[in-house]
Design a protein around this ligand. Structure first.
Ligand SMILES: Cc1cc2nc3c(=O)[nH]c(=O)nc-3n(C[C@H](O)[C@H](O)[C@H](O)COP(=O)(O)O)c2cc1C
Length: 194
């Protein structure tokens, strides 16, 4: 697998905020996430598209040194606990897994997990635009988090996101599958000329 992963003559252009995004494992512990920055991240998620405009997402937020953050940290898997607590915030992303009893019950859609992924992607891109780094993770006690935060049964705590000022220097090069292996013509596996 090549590092760049493209087969055309010129590396395709993408936005620097996408090219430069990395899941960092080291955060500046002096950085404090401003309320306005946190609001921008969540606002970016809020404007994501969703099936039938169902908006089947919710977010739990703890900022480093606050009570929510302190309660989240013991639920992280040891592998994540090594780096995530130093980030300025821990955000847990939830998606709906069924229709609930609320008066304003959201319409449940089979695409809720897909929609949450888009909302989190938008949050991460917004973070990049603000000079912040996100590292998403699944390695935490999902049931414990649901219990801790009083999450109703028709919601799932899906992923965590560490957000902060990343220290990029400690990152190893990463790999991607080549463009030719993910972009097909009219049939699955048929190569698309680019
Ligand atoms: C749904 C999801 C779950 C992930 N879970 C973990 C995790 O538990 N621990 C971890 O260190 N990284 C986790 N990651 C980060 C990926 O390992 C990372 O995105 C991948 O290696 C590509 O690196 P990059 O994001 O820097 O391009 C997760 C990412 C996603 C999207």
């Amino acid at each position: 697998m090549t590092r760049a992963g493209w087969s055309c003559m010129v590396e395709p252009e993408i936005l620097p905020v996408l090219r430069e995004r990395r899941s960092v494992r080291s955060y500046d512990e002096r950085h404090v996430l401003a309320t306005s920055e946190l609001a921008s991240l969540l606002e970016a998620a809020r404007w994501a598209p969703s099936a039938g405009n169902s908006q089947p997402w919710a977010f739990l937020v703890g900022r480093r040194d606050d009570a929510a953050h302190r309660s989240f940290v013991p639920l992280l898997a040891p592998s994540v606990r090594r780096w995530a607590p130093a980030a300025s915030a821990l955000v847990f992303a939830l998606h709906q897994v069924g229709t609930g009893p609320e008066a304003d019950a959201l319409t449940y859609s089979d695409y809720a997990a897909y929609d949450l992924g888009q909302a989190v992607a938008q949050l991460c891109v917004q973070a990049g635009a603000l000079g912040l780094s996100c590292h998403q993770f699944a390695a935490f006690d999902h049931d414990g988090m649901a219990e801790l935060a009083g999450v109703p049964a028709h919601w799932s705590v899906t992923t965590g996101i560490a957000v902060g000022r990343g220290l990029l220097s400690e990152l190893a090069p990463r790999e991607r599958r080549p463009l030719s292996s993910i972009a097909c013509g009219g049939r699955f596996g048929a190569s698309l000329r680019l």
